[in-house]
Design a protein. Structure first.
Length: 145
């Protein structure tokens, strides 16, 4: 579910009633003006509210983000709902701030590393670089090493 879309709050009401894992992402693609929450504190709060609602309902949840501050806040939510340790996982894209995911794993949090494939992999990668430009330097460093 893309947290940045205004319509997601309505979609969420239906999703939380269904079984299965809900994967929360901020949202990476450009949409027409007026359809999405701009990046910033408000979007972060909305994202975390979805995580909180899923965990409080003991619903399967994937916290899919490279955003360190969101990861840290999500850890607080996970620790608040101590019985949630089997229903969540942090997800991250291979090669982009992978060390953050490794740190979460070493701290005892469930993690999943995923790969992008298919015809749109390059567009997705460009969005990740645009989201956090230092990812470009990290990718180049990984290629050289």
């Amino acid at each position: 579910m893309q947290a940045y879309l205004y319509r997601s709050k309505d979609d969420f009401k239906d999703l939380i009633k269904e079984k299965g894992r809900v994967r929360i992402v901020k949202g990476a693609f450009k949409v027409p003006e007026g359809l999405s929450i701009p990046r910033g504190q408000k979007l972060d709060e909305v994202y975390l509210s979805y995580v909180d609602q899923l965990l409080s309902a003991k619903h399967l949840c994937s916290i899919a983000t490279h955003d360190h501050s969101i990861q840290q806040e999500a850890k607080k939510i996970i620790n608040y709902y101590k019985s949630t340790h089997q229903i969540y996982e942090f997800e991250s894209l291979y090669g982009i701030q992978t060390e953050q995911l490794i740190t979460l794993k070493n701290e005892g949090y469930k993690t999943k590393l995923y790969l992008v494939y298919g015809k749109e992999w390059y567009l997705y990668l460009c969005n990740r670089i645009a989201e956090y430009p230092l990812n470009l330097f990290r990718a180049l460093s990984d290629i050289v090493n």
